[in-house]
Design a protein around this ligand. Structure first.
Ligand code: PEP
Ligand code: MG
Length: 606
């Protein structure tokens, strides 16, 4: 039997497509490369809302949750509003009224009053109250006589829904994005991206990333660089400037985001993509060449590793081992803690992949921006942490309190260390006592493993410390007597020295690793190590900037660890450097006390 011929589909009357004008936004370039693709921004994971009843005894607690979510939502919106000042005037004029409407609705509005009332009157959870009130307001708006402005009514209802959605997300602590539906070649635009979210991105599918929030040396930025995804963070007005599906160009070097580019802009961007690829190919030729200065000083260039997916990039980049393995990835995006065997296998596979090149494994650096669900769900850290987590129970402080967690990780590293040269690195050290205490635990774990019959290297792997707080840098002479090596973490060192959040776009302009205060601390710490002929490296983002290399070489540093994609560019700078010249240059720089002058000398710009 043959099928009847299909009826020709009725053509819908084509609607005139009015292309929106090209719009240029500016942010912080954090990961080089140029991406062109459709905007992916709409597919947020739905917040897990189960509408449910509560008992009368719970109304107070539910109301308190609602008030906290209102406060959080207001803070988020005010932050977005405050940052609009960075936009061109026409963009501000378009976006500001929308944010003002949201802010009004999060104030003493019908939505907020209604949600509060519903909790007590109908005995429902805060989420249910918000959803029910949102539905009721939207139905009332849409039932109003449209006259000539049906679109206006729809827009008002959408605004109410948007505010309701934000409240529910904050109530359920649902992140603002999900990437499961990310189409191939799309550009991800979102308000903010947590480091743990960035770890879930698939760089082979994603063309680029831009966010409203974020700073240049925050962990999200580091993760995006590690993945080699072109990215611009801290772009004011971004969320309101682009619609899903529109074409966008991200320039991770210039820090621009261009929405709806004209044909001419698009052609320019395509040429820039080709030029960038050519430059990358040229740099790749450096892979097999040694990292050696013009006066024959051998410089160690290693890679930082955030997630194992980077291993092939490290091999391609020609890095001589891993100078900083951030072990947080093992603990992220999961609900249970990784056990000793699982950790051992992971470390062993990385060490084996390095085929004889050294691997420095940093023990867990929880805290600051690095929320780790598993630590919370297993009760290792409390569900609600301090208001000021960067100054709280971070890094070694947590490990010395939760010794079982620390011992499991040390045991795994020790067992894996038979596979190749390994070092152990302690994060967030501030006192000599912490190093001594950590070493006692380290040696105790080794003794226990030996008693258990585990094969360990005859000499235990060196135990070193991060110099990433002013306290550590200024006591580097004392710490050098306790530690086997130093790794200078210039990201946190800059943050803590200048009291500037490294991941915060609002203060990004103040985040300055070339500030004389930071440079003096780096110099003091480096000299303390060099006096004792103790190994010292730089593993913060400063190490990845070829323009900073002459200064760091001039301060006596010879070992650098950076995101793998930066290794070729830094190697090129090493091969052009002359140590005597670097020493003279560093001397001149260190005489300066004006950050602007130092920037001019080092970067060639004020
Ligand atoms: C640093 O602080 O410079 C560093 C390398 O550690 P992280 O970026 O992981 O905090
Ligand atoms: Mg750090």
């Amino acid at each position: 039997m043959t099928e009847p011929p299909a009826k020709p589909a009725r053509r819908a009357t084509p609607r005139p497509v009015v292309p929106r004008a090209e719009r240029r936004l500016i942010g912080i370039p954090v990961s080089p490369g140029i991406a062109i693709g459709p905007v992916f921004g709409a597919a947020e994971a739905p917040a897990p809302v189960i509408r449910h009843k509560i008992s009368a005894a719970d109304t107070q607690a539910e109301t308190a949750r609602l008030e906290a979510a209102i406060l959080q939502s207001r803070k988020q919106l005010m932050k977005l509003r405050a940052r609009l000042g960075n936009l061109p005037e026409d963009s501000q004029a378009e976006i500001a009224p929308m944010l003002d409407a949201y802010l009004q609705m999060i104030g003493p509005s019908r939505l907020v009053r209604g949600a509060r009332r519903r909790i007590g009157e109908t005995l429902v959870s805060a989420e249910t109250a918000v959803l029910d009130e949102t539905d009721s307001i939207c139905s009332a708006i849409l039932a109003m006589p449209a006259d000539d402005d049906a679109a206006g009514l729809r827009r008002r209802a959408d605004e109410v829904r948007e505010v309701g959605r934000r409240l529910v997300r904050n109530l359920t602590q649902t992140p603002f994005r999900s990437f499961s539906a990310l189409p191939q070649g799309a550009v991800l635009l979102c308000e903010s991206l947590r480091p743990a979210d960035a770890a879930l991105l698939d760089p082979s599918r994603l063309a680029g990333v831009a966010t409203d929030e974020g700073g240049s040396d925050g962990h999200t930025a580091i993760m995006l660089r590690a993945l080699g995804v072109p990215a611009v963070l801290g772009v004011a007005g971004l969320g309101q400037a682009a619609l899903p599906g529109e074409t966008v160009i991200i320039d991770g070097v210039a820090g621009t985001v261009i929405v709806n580019p004209t044909a001419e802009t698009l052609a320019d961007a395509r040429r820039a993509v080709t030029a960038f690829a050519r430059a990358q190919q040229k740099l790749a030729l450096l892979r097999r060449l040694p990292a050696i200065t013009t006066d024959d000083q051998v410089i160690e260039l290693q890679a930082n590793l955030e997630i194992p997916a980077e291993l092939p990039l490290i091999a391609q980049a020609g890095a001589a081992g891993i100078g900083l393995l951030r072990s947080e990835f093992l603990f992220m995006n999961r609900e249970t803690l990784p056990q000793e065997d699982e950790q051992t296998e992971t470390y062993r596979s990385v060490i084996e992949a390095m085929a004889g090149d050294p691997v420095t494994i940093r023990v867990l650096d929880w805290g600051g921006e690095k929320d780790i669900e598993a630590l919370q769900s297993e009760g290792v850290v409390p569900e609600v942490t301090d208001d000021n987590p960067a100054l709280g129970l971070r890094g070694i402080r947590l490990l010395l309190r939760e010794t079982a967690l620390f011992e499991t990780q040390l045991a795994a590293i020790l067992r894996a260390s038979v596979a190749g040269p390994t070092r152990v690195l302690l994060p967030m050290v501030t006192t000599v006592g912490e190093v001594r205490h950590a070493r006692e635990i380290y040696e105790r774990v080794a003794r226990r493993l030996r008693r258990r019959g585990e094969k360990l290297p005859e000499t235990l792997p060196p135990l070193g410390i991060m110099i990433e707080t002013p306290g550590a840098a200024l006591s580097a002479d004392a710490l050098a007597l306790e530690a086997d090596f130093f790794a200078i973490g210039t990201n946190d060192l800059t943050m803590y020295t200048l009291a500037v959040d490294r991941g915060e776009s609002d203060v990004a302009a103040l985040y300055d690793p070339l500030h004389p205060a930071v440079l003096r601390l780096v110099q003091f710490a480096a000299e303390a190590a060099l006096r004792l002929r103790m190994p010292v490296s730089v593993c913060g983002e400063m190490a990845a900037n070829p323009k900073l290399l002459p200064l760091l070489l001039g301060l006596g540093l010879r070992s650098f660890s950076m995101n793998a994609s930066a290794v070729p560019r830094v190697k090129q700078a090493v091969r052009a450097a002359d140590i005597d010249e670097c020493v003279r240059f560093a001397r001149r720089v260190m005489e300066q006390s004006d950050p602007a002058r130092i920037k001019e000398m080092v970067l060639g710009q004020p």
